[in-house]
Design a protein around this ligand. Structure first.
Ligand code: AMP
Ligand code: TRP
Length: 346
């Protein structure tokens, strides 16, 4: 039987952190067993906010190295960078003409990223979710593993797919291009927002998500941090003065404590209850060193493997080129069908 197809993307913008790792990359690795996976370094999304060109190149290789170091098999599955497969941009244009301005106006990530000076945001930043829909739909992907922050973008992707299917229903049927199960051309992709930690929070403020763009490096643990830096960041992480509670309910209203317990649980592969059974009643002076040790233990091998891979950029570039070729082989015929459906002369 054909394995379900998975697609996901990570932006090559600065430092990969523990949130990316637990919220996305660890899931990507797990899904390989029983899915056909396509993992994309989304450089076209990255430039929706200014990127220094040399830094973008470096970061594209770094994200690729992180994928490989974490255990993604680029031979069995597909790893590539978005800009090498032109169908993403081409399909995005068609979908731009399907998506409605009113839908995009509701996107909270645009509001957050554009900030107060919305007039000065790039048009690309506004259109970001449509390109994301194109990424997914270009492969007829069925499942999309992401962190919690991408939920709204996936709902929009489904709305766009649905509207395309409806608007062109007659033509799709005429050409015999309706998928068997759902009666549409584009399958509606299902978000996979699960896994050990779908929302890792900032170490400085338990109500804000850990993010590449936080000005304070102490807010996040980067995949490239050395053991001393990791230990220092955890030591300095914001907490409250109470000892850890005995039960999960006791974490309510204590976002920083809940976050650290969540990180511990995710890395150790145990439940929050298990962590509290071990550390309930103990103070952070005891918990933090144990957490630091665990983070170092889990991240060091990934970190070392990333460094090894990054030492050979030629190899990384070859992985991406080969992946792009195989990605194109899937996306090209789907986009040809889109052109037929829309009525473009070929
Ligand atoms: P980005 O760095 O924005 O390209 O995000 C790459 C992936 O990491 C996406 O699936 C995000 O949802 C996920 N992600 C980013 N930040 C976090 C976080 N703090 N906690 C969990 N997942 C995250
Ligand atoms: N927007 C996603 C993020 O910031 C990255 C992304 C781009 C993506 N295209 C995608 C994720 C397609 C899943 C599927 O995290």
């Amino acid at each position: 039987m054909k394995k379900p197809r998975v697609f996901s993307g990570v932006q090559p913008t600065g430092n990969l952190h523990l949130g990316n790792y637990l919220g996305a990359i660890v899931r990507f690795v797990d899904l390989q067993k029983d899915h056909e996976c396509i993992y994309c370094v989304v450089d076209m999304h990255a430039i929706t906010v200014w990127q220094d060109p040399k830094e973008l190149l470096r970061s594209t290789r770094e994200v690729t190295a992180a994928f490989l170091a974490a255990g993604i098999d680029a031979k069995e599955h597909i790893v590539f960078n978005q800009s090498q497969v032109s169908q993403h941009a081409e399909l995005a244009w068609v979908l731009n003409c399907v998506a409605r301005i009113g839908w995009l106006n509701r996107m909270t990530q645009f509001k957050e990223k554009a900030g107060k000076n919305r007039e000065n945001a790039s048009v690309g930043l506004y259109d970001y979710p449509v390109l994301m829909a194109a990424d997914i739909l270009a492969y007829h992907a069925e499942k999309v593993p992401v962190g919690e922050d991408q939920k709204q973008h996936l709902e929009l992707t489904r709305d766009i797919a649905q509207k395309f299917n409806n608007d062109y229903a007659e033509r799709i049927a005429e050409l015999g291009l309706a998928g068997e199960e759902k009666g549409g051309f584009f399958p509606l992709p299902e978000p996979l927002i699960q896994g050990p930690a779908t929302r890792v929070m900032s170490l400085r403020d338990g109500t804000k998500k850990m993010s590449k763009s936080d000005p304070s490096d102490y807010s996040r643990i980067n995949l490239s941090d050395d053991p001393d830096t990791i230990a220092k960041k955890i030591r300095k992480a914001k907490t409250d003065p109470e000892p850890l509670p005995e039960t999960v309910e006791g974490l309510e209203g204590r976002p920083e404590a809940a976050n650290l317990v969540g990180i511990y649980a995710a890395l150790a592969g145990v439940s929050h209850e298990d962590v509290l059974r071990q550390f309930g009643g103990k103070g952070f002076a005891e918990f933090k060193p144990a957490l630091a040790e665990l983070v170092v233990e889990k991240l060091s091998p990934v970190n070392a493997e990333m460094k090894r891979i990054l030492a050979d950029p030629g190899y990384i570039d070859e992985v991406l080129r080969d992946g792009a070729e195989r990605a194109r082989a899937i996306a090209a015929p789907i986009f040809e069908d889109v052109k037929r459906i829309v009525g473009f002369l070929m």
